[in-house]
Design a protein. Sequence first.
Length: 104
Amino acid sequence: METQKDIQEKVQKAFSSLESIEETKISPFFKDKTMNRLFAEKKVSQPKFWFWLTPQVQLVMLITFIVLNAFAFMNVKSTTYDENVNQFAESYGLSIESDFSTLN
């Protein structure tokens, strides 16, 4: 265990080292330069591909998408199931012709 004398010597050395500290010479504009570097506005880089996708363009795309979906929905509602099946059958050659002829 350290004695009182050793502790006292360490305290004295610490205080004597404080007396040897001198004032440093710095540039008068050091603070201004440092503050400018710390708080300078960073240039915000825009993505190169998505720069055109602004909120206005997104709104127009959304409205166009809704209108196209409404138009498609109305067209699906107007056609009947039988028409769709007949059109599908004709497209793939699955339709059965009703008039058979022996001469053909």
